[in-house]
Ligand binder design. Structure first.
Ligand code: FES
Length: 86
C-alpha cells in the first residue's frame, strides 16, 4: 500500500517546542493525510483498507481516493536471514 497525497510546502514546517505539552506524546503524521500536518490527526484510519501492491491517489483535500493503480514500485521484501546450515 502506497499513496499519493498533495503537499505544496516548499520548506520545513517549524515547530516551537515551547508550544508543546512536555507531558504529552507527540505523533507525527507519516501517512500524509492529516489536516493538521505535520501532526497526526487520526486521518490515517482511512488508510486501513489499502492493499499491498496498489497505489492510492487522493484528491486535493486528501480526503478521498480518486484513483487506484498497480504500484509500479512496490516495497522490496526484506532479505531472507542467513542460513547457518549453508
Ligand atoms: S499518521 Fe497521518 S494522520 Fe495519523
Amino acid at each position: 500500500m502506497a499513496r499519493l497525497v498533495r503537499r505544496e510546502h516548499s520548506g520545513p514546517i517549524k515547530i516551537d517546542p515551547k508550544t508543546l505539552d512536555p507531558e504529552k506524546l507527540i505523533s507525527i503524521c507519516a501517512c500524509g493525510l492529516s489536516k493538521n500536518f505535520p501532526f497526526c490527526d487520526g486521518a490515517h484510519k482511512g488508510c486501513r483498507s489499502e492493499q499491498p501492491g496498489t497505489l492510492y491517489v487522493y484528491d486535493a483535500q486528501n480526503q478521498q481516493v480518486v484513483e487506484t493503480r498497480p504500484d509500479q514500485f512496490p516495497t522490496a521484501t526484506p532479505p531472507e536471514p542467513p542460513n547457518p546450515q549453508a
